[in-house]
Design a protein around this ligand. Structure first.
Ligand code: N01
Length: 533
């Protein structure tokens, strides 16, 4: 027996929780399904030591309620995982969302009925849920991936993935730890593990750039001062490429003198800057390879200054073929400094690949490393992974997996032709992972709700983008990406971390304001590119 709703939302992170709130406010009968035992999404699953957001707390938070903004007290410039999860739970409490949230319910598939224009979802446990509107709030970075290592079944120690971290503390005291992966998760975890372990060996395939966070605790005075300017801060964020204020330099490198360029680089590296501000050092750094090299060389010189052992420093410096920011920039607190500790070492697994695992070691082609705890910080099947992990069948039984076989086809990153009344929040083809994702989530949910309201007012039962609209949006996405250096990097933005995944630049790169204007223009033009029944 299937339970019937106006809307079902899949996923209980920032996106799902806001979607649920807005749908309830609009009077819809709505249900949120979440696979985990709690809400929080990313911030529920990625609870490894050192996990914190590298978008500033005051930006990485909902803007829809001024009261919520005022009453919530962020403790630090970059909030730790536990605090962000507590914040999402607070939002669910404050807006009384819990009655419409169903935890421990993993969706296996969804099928559209051509006769009734309704979706039926099925859970792994075999339950069924029927709805008119189906919103996938499944997250862009939510399906973990790890390599299959020969001999894993023999390994006698603990094994953890950063995105499936246990809810009890992992004790590293006196342990020999092997950690694979040096993206944002690995970079945050390394300094924490090093504090207590006997030996930490980091297995790196590609060195990426990391910049100092300069995290600081808020004082009551500094937080109150920041909050007093909240409306202004949000307004600046809305007009910034990444949906957060980064004090972007509007000048290209060529428009500045050498002294001005150095001063700009130092400002962004040091305390007044920090974090993603380094991505906005020069207006043309993601489109002009020479300008990009200025930033890359500067950061490499800082890495060399921090890491005393020249062998380790060489390994930690990204190679010249990787543009700065081409792979998602990491933001750290003491990552490079940790390699100055005698018990922490780095191994280049491109030069000496990992071959196998024994009961208590990890073997590369050159050496064997004792291992009590093995950690995978090896990332995710991003943007399409979580959606395609479900069997989604649209009109006439069409399979989303087949429709996206050569890469995702969406209209505005929000819908896919042949999958009526199905919406993806921060899906492929939207700024999503290139933006302050909470800002992008609010933009998407508000847009979806305006469309749903319009349909309800006009008694329309079915909306779908046309195949032509999807194709032209996909072209626009790749044309925008081709104007930048992003596609030159082997990144998860390109699907390059997943064997066999089509190489397509997955997010929309032209920025949050351009994107918002595009989706608002479609709406103003009577939903051009959509067909209604
Ligand atoms: O994953 P990643 P992540 N053998 O894919 C390596 C967000 N995030 O979990 O580069 C050996 O970035 C892989 O090597 P390579 C953020 O958007 C945010 O760290 O593919 N190594 C890479 O070094 C981030 O970008 C925050 O050659 C293997 C690493 O594993 C995204 O999530 C914190 C391998 C994976 O890096 C993902 O970050 C954390 C193999 N077989 C995450 N397979 C904050 O807000 C993969 N690797 C702070």
């Amino acid at each position: 027996m299937s339970m019937r709703f106006d809307m079902v939302v899949v996923g209980g992170g920032f996106a799902g929780v806001y979607q649920l709130h807005r749908a309830r406010e609009a009077g819809l009968k709505v249900l949120l399904l979440e696979a985990g035992s709690d809400i929080g999404g990313t911030w529920f699953w990625n609870r490894y030591p050192g996990a914190r957001c590298d978008v500033e707390s005051l930006d990485y938070s909902y803007s829809f309620s001024r009261d919520l903004e005022i009453e919530w007290e962020w403790s630090e410039r970059y909030a730790p995982q536990e605090e962000i999860q507590r914040y999402i739970r607070h939002v669910a409490d404050r807006f009384a969302l819990w009655p419409d949230i169903r935890l421990r319910t993993r969706v296996q598939g969804a099928r559209f009925d051509d006769e009734t224009s309704l979706w039926t979802l099925t859970s792994v446990a075999g339950e069924a849920f029927t709805c008119r509107f189906l919103v996938m709030a499944t997250g862009g970075i939510s399906l973990p991936q790890a390599p299959q290592l020969a001999g894993m079944e023999r390994f006698a120690g603990e094994v953890h993935h950063t995105a499936q971290w246990p809810d009890h503390p992992v004790d590293f005291t006196g342990k020999r730890v092997c950690l694979i992966g040096t993206g944002s998760s690995g970079v945050q975890l390394v300094p924490e593990v090093a504090k207590t372990c006997a030996r930490l060996t980091v297995f790196q395939r590609t060195a990426n750039f990391s910049v100092p966070a300069h995290n600081v605790a808020y004082t009551p005075v500094s937080l109150a001062a920041a909050k007093a300017r909240y409306p202004e801060r949000r307004a600046m964020g809305r007009e910034a490429i990444t949906g957060q204020f980064l004090n972007a330099n509007t000048k290209t490198a060529a428009e500045m003198t050498e002294d001005e360029r150095q001063a700009e680089l130092e400002y962004r590296w040091k305390g007044a800057g920090g974090g993603f501000r380094m991505l906005r050092t020069f207006a043309d750094q993601m489109s002009n390879i020479e300008t990009n090299r200025l930033v890359a060389d500067f950061v490499r010189s800082k890495i060399r200054a921090k890491v005393k052992d020249p062998r380790k420093a060489d390994l930690l410096c990204p190679k010249p073929d990787l543009p700065f920011g081409g792979k998602r920039l990491c933001v750290d607190s003491n990552y490079y400094e940790t390699f100055n500790l005698d018990h922490v070492d780095i191994v280049d697994v491109k030069a000496t690949p990992i071959q196998s695992v024994t009961a208590n070691t990890l073997r590369t082609t050159e050496a064997e490393f004792p291992c009590d705890i093995l950690i995978f910080a090896t990332g995710f099947d991003a943007l399409t992974g979580a959606l395609l992990a479900m069997d989604i069948r649209g009109a006439k039984g069409a399979s989303l997996k087949e429709y996206w076989a050569d890469g995702p086809l969406t209209y505005l990153g929000l819908t896919a032709s042949g999958f009526p009344n199905l919406f993806t929040i921060t899906g492929p083809g939207s700024p999503s992972v290139l933006s302050n994702v909470v800002h992008s989530i609010e933009t998407h949910v508000d847009w979806i709700m305006r469309l749903v309201q319009t349909m309800r007012e006009r008694s329309w039962t079915r909306v779908s983008s046309t195949a032509q609209a999807d194709a032209s949006w996909a072209r626009r996405c790749s044309d925008e990406a081709a104007k930048t250096l992003y596609p030159t990097a082997s990144s998860w933005y390109m699907g390059a971390n997943i064997p066999g995944k089509p190489r397509v630049f997955l997010p929309f790169v032209a920025g949050v304001p351009v994107y918002r204007r595009a989706i608002e223009a479609v709406e103003a033009n009577g939903y051009e590119g959509f067909e209604f029944v």
